[in-house]
Each structure stands twice: as structure tokens, then as C-alpha cells.
Design a protein around this ligand. Structure first.
Ligand code: MN
Length: 232
């Protein structure tokens, strides 16, 4: 292999609760409209025929506790709290058992969104990349291994901004289950270790501004925090 002309910053390694090694982020897949109440607040219906996806660059991931400069090119920067699923192995087949054994663990994540750009592009039937794939736009709390934690329908997911609750739901509100999503996405990608799937956000998304502190969580997983600072 020839040497690189220059070095790139390394992609983040997500800490794993109780382990000395971390999870290297490979690809970041995100599901759209996976809570009916969020789809409704976005003025669209849930597509119950099949889920749909967008992606974020792994180089745009940051860890919980980060300070994120208010991004360029937007006047409506939104929070989305989500459950993330981290894969630790390729899928041998698409049975429930094989899918479960490929899941390394779970964490709380933020899908930070330039909502004005997402909606502008959506209206023109253009890709959402400017709205979704932004520097620091994927935020990850430490991962808990699947041996230590399992999502249930009653598991609570929530987000506060400056201590005020903005988003709250139960994981039972997911339209497409984690198993459904991994099985469907496997029809398009050879999923493998390092792949991370954000499973969609509940209702209550809204804007943040410089100076805001976001805190969120999913019962039983590590909490997430993010502070928005002035544009850099
Ligand atoms: Mn999202």
C-alpha cells in the first residue's frame, strides 16, 4: 500500500461500558420516520410498506460531552434523540437469532439536523445530505453490550434542552423494529462490524441555539450530553 500524502483525523471510537476497548465507527445508517407521532409533526405519513434511510459520514461523528459549534448554512438546527444499534459481526443469515447475535450493543445517539435545509431539499425532491450529514451531526454516548441490555417496549427515551423535556417516548412506539430494520437494510448492504444504525426519533424535535445544553437518555443505557457553542 502506498503511503498517504497527508493524515486524516481518526474517526471516533465509541467507549463501551465496562470494557477497555472501544467501538470503531464504520458506517452510519439512519432511519427516517420511525415513530408515527414524529412523522405527523413533520407533516408526512409513516411508510408502512418499507423503511427508508439516509447516511452520515463516520468522520462527522462525535462523542457525548462534545461542544458542537452551531453549524454553517442553517437557521434552524434541530435535535433528534435516537436509539443506536451497533453491529459487531456480519450477518450469517437473516433469522432473528442471527440478527441478534450480530448486534454488539446499543447506545443513545443524537441525529443533529439542519431542518431548514432538509425541508428545502425534501420539497424539491432532492437528497437530504445538506440537512443531515454535517460536522458533529452524529453524537454517540457510550455503548452497552447486548449481553448487558435489551430494549423492551416499555423502555423510555427522552431528551431535555436546558433541563426542559422536549422529547419522550417508549421504544414500543417504533414503527419498524430493530430486527425488521436490519433484515430490510441487509437487502441493500452487506452489514458488518462497525456499522451503526440510528433507529429514528420520537416526536418533539425542535431548534437549539448557541449556549444550549442537551441531555438525553434511554433507560438502562448511558446518558448523552451535547453543548451548542457559537459558530466556528
Ligand atoms: Mn433522525
Amino acid at each position: 500500500m502506498i503511503p498517504p500524502l497527508f493524515d486524516l483525523p481518526p474517526n471516533p471510537i465509541i467507549p463501551v461500558v465496562g470494557m477497555g476497548s472501544g467501538f470503531p465507527v464504520g458506517r452510519i445508517f439512519c432511519v427516517g420516520r420511525n415513530y408515527a407521532a414524529h412523522a405527523a409533526e413533520m407533516g408526512v405519513d409513516v411508510d408502512r410498506e418499507r423503511p427508508f434511510y439516509f447516511t452520515k459520514s463516520a468522520s462527522h461523528a462525535v462523542l457525548s460531552g462534545a461542544e458542537l459549534p452551531y453549524p454553517r448554512g442553517t437557521e434552524n438546527f434541530h435535535h433528534e434523540i435516537e436509539l443506536a444499534v451497533a453491529l459487531g459481526a456480519p450477518l450469517d443469515d437473516l433469522t432473528d437469532a442471527a440478527i441478534q447475535s450480530a448486534i454488539f450493543g446499543y447506545c443513545t445517539a443524537l441525529d443533529m439536523t439542519r431542518r431548514d435545509l432538509q425541508l428545502r431539499e425534501r420539497q424539491k425532491q432532492r437528497p437530504w445530505s445538506l440537512g443531515k450529514d454535517l460536522e458533529g451531526g452524529a453524537v454517540f454516548a457510550p455503548i452497552t453490550s447486548a449481553a448487558e441490555w435489551t430494549p423492551t417496549d416499555d423502555t423510555h427515551i427522552w431528551l431535555n434542552v436546558n433541563g426542559d423535556q422536549r422529547q419522550t417516548a417508549r421504544l414500543g412506539d417504533l414503527v419498524w423494529s430493530i430486527t425488521d430494520l436490519i433484515r430490510h437494510l441487509s437487502g441493500y448492504y452487506r452489514l458488518q462490524a462497525g456499522d451503526v444504525l440510528l433507529t429514528g426519533t420520537p416526536a418533539g424535535v425542535g431548534p437549539v441555539i448557541a449556549g444550549d445544553t442537551l441531555t438525553g437518555g434511554i433507560n438502562g443505557l448511558s446518558d448523552i450530553a451535547l453543548t451548542i457553542t457559537n459558530s466556528a
